[in-house]
Ligand binder design. Structure first.
Ligand code: IPM
Ligand code: MN
Length: 326
């Protein structure tokens, strides 16, 4: 996050930053994930720049639910944009050169699906235990995310579900998909089942422009697409509500506890998330300048080791800052 802020400053962003102490240490100390006072400030901010969440000392999901999922749900940040763009050929794990023009966007539904925390465990800890996890899909939720995907696509939207096996949720997605795609005759509409989509993403990711899908499939496929363009270290995301203007911007990766604090972490995911924030706040030129500087630094191998450079986290940030100043 310090690298992202450094880059924003170098790009000329005149934002006021307010920092909040939301982290596992504070949670372990107080038992509160986001204190009320912090929540008030955060919920009122023009945008939230979010580091990452997760700590080996907190293996249960309560902390995640109290921080990231609470922000997504309570601020109703229903669009999760997860772009995957290949900045340099060498970062592609795919063998064939013609499979390397990756530039796609996953539009992940971010407030429903299997993430809502409905369900329960009955007769827990016995050999008669029953565990139920509900997959919640609403007409409004499915409608607005599919509409958003069509709103940003120029050529084609691919909708991904598992409607051959999950017929209730899939049925609603299919109905909304057919109705909404019919109102966008200038954008092609294609449907894929999630298993086939996983295969196609590896076989030829260049075929995709915009993908729209539910919360869980979007989570899974966006790790896959990150790996197609250099790995978790470079993947950004935007969690937004286009109606209210609320937005939370975060790298797709977690806290990487095995390498945290060693100067090895790739700052690009956070920096590109900051660029998405700038774009959301209405300064697309600045966002493009940041993205261009990132691309140039990566191509020059002025980056961290995970993507073929030798720089530390802060040196990699400096390499991007330098390009913004030139
Ligand atoms: C992500 C993360 C989160 C998710 C976790 C931390 C709950 O994996 O943002 O992709 O599954 O949405
Ligand atoms: Mn994830």
């Amino acid at each position: 996050m310090p690298e992202a802020i450094k880059v924003l400053r170098a790009a000329g962003a005149g934002f006021e930053f307010e920092e909040f102490d939301v982290n596992a240490d504070a949670y372990l100390r107080t038992g509160v994930a986001i204190p009320d006072d912090t929540w008030k400030h955060v919920a009122a901010a023009d945008a939230i720049l979010f580091g990452a969440v997760g700590d080996p000392r907190l293996p249960d999901a309560a902390y995640l639910a109290g921080v990231l999922l609470r922000l997504r749900f309570e601020l109703d940040l229903y669009v999760n944009l997860r772009p995957a763009r290949l900045y340099d050929d060498r970062l592609s794990p795919l063998r064939r050169d013609d499979r390397r023009q990756v530039d796609l966007m996953i539009v992940r539904e971010n407030t429903e699906g299997l993430y809502v925390g409905m369900g329960g465990r009955f007769k827990k800890g016995t050999d008669q235990e029953v565990a139920i996890q509900e997959d919640l899909n609403t007409y409004l939720g499915v409608t607005r995310i599919i509409e958003h995907a069509f709103g940003i696509a120029k050529r084609e939207v691919v909708m991904i579900d598992k409607s051959n096996a999950m017929t209730f949720a899939g049925g609603l997605w299919q109905e909304r998909w057919k109705a909404i795609s019919a109102t966008h005759p200038n954008v092609m509409a294609r449907h894929l089942l999630v298993d086939a989509a996983a295969m196609q993403l590896v076989k030829d990711p260049t075929q995709f422009e915009v993908i729209v899908t539910g919360n869980l499939f979007g989570d899974i496929l966006s790790d896959l697409t990150a790996e197609l363009v250099g790995g978790m270290g470079v993947a950004p995301s935007a969690n937004i509500n286009p109606s209210s203007g609320r937005g939370l911007f975060e790298p797709v990766h977690g806290t990487a506890p095995d390498i945290a604090g060693k100067g090895l972490v790739n700052p690009v995911g956070a920096i590109l998330s900051a660029a998405m924030m700038v774009k959301h706040l209405g300064v697309p030129d600045m966002a493009n300048a940041i993205e261009g500087a990132v691309e140039s630094a990566i191509r020059a191998r002025e980056c961290t080791r995970d993507i073929g450079g030798e720089l530390s986290t802060s040196q990699a940030g400096d390499a991007i800052v330098k390009r913004l100043r030139d």
